[in-house]
Write a protein that binds this ligand. Sequence first.
Ligand code: AVJ
Length: 322
Amino acid sequence: MNMHAPALADAHLPDEQTSAFARDAIGDLSQQPKRLSPKYFYDAAGSELFEAITRLPEYYPTRTELGILRDRGSEIAAIIPKGAALVEFGAGATTKVRLLLERSAFSAYVPVDISGDFLQAQAETLRKDFPNLAVHPVTADFTAPFALPAEIAGLPKVGFFPGSTIGNFEPHEASRFLRSAREILGRGAQMIVGADLEKDERVLYDAYNDAAGVTARFNLNVLVRMNRELGGNFDLSAFTHRAIYNRERHRIEMHLISKKHQAVRMLGTSFSFRPGESIHTENSYKYSIERFAALARGAGWQVRESWTDAKAMFSVHALAAD
Ligand code: AVJ
């Protein structure tokens, strides 16, 4: 018996994904301080809002990383073994992976993502554009161990984790992820990882507090999503977006701040908010080249090369398994 069946049926998600969201949301909003995982930002609307963020003048990471992958394409290609399989952890827009596929002699591409529908659509367009590439999508949560497709068993492996998604992890989780990637990819593997760099605080602040308010809508959208998929009754006008730079911890923090004393109901549970109380929705850790290298070393990887743009805004690292 499920009292919330109508709300859940609207979600267009497999039950197990909806219940993971429900379980995490209820658990995380019951914590003190309240929080939510940033992985739940990316429903259809959230993914579109993120794409809009990547085009904002203030949001430098995406275009800077693309510039590095483009400018350093031949250097990257030089360290990639011929016929290797490229394993991407998480799969969003194909813009970045295309830069690698165009320049290096990969024979297979394995995008790994929790959202199966999106993966299939993405795989179709890549198969069309790269007829000699074997595309083997894997539907899995890439933060947990998963099996690589049998078809790529004999090929050299190259992991790809762009976008500074690694910055969403706590440092100990980032270390655990890199170690797990090392296990999944196996001996002799390499990995290409994008990480946002520490920089002038004003630049960081503006990137997460854009003048057009797109980041605010992206942040608030997780409340819209809980209302729709989990039967919540969050009043969007009663919460406000806040992003700050936490200097001691080298991270941007995003919060949703309650404007008033209020109670919100979701899945039979009531959550009360004080005025000014926060739901901590995201951390985006910023690394120095040295701190990133130390993180990688601690997780069983050596840094072969680190590339940055001319203004040292963003970094791309080529790692080799110990
Ligand atoms: C996709 C996690 C890298 O932290 O910059 C953008 C997400 N959040 N604006 C980031 C994000 C707010 C983004 N990552």
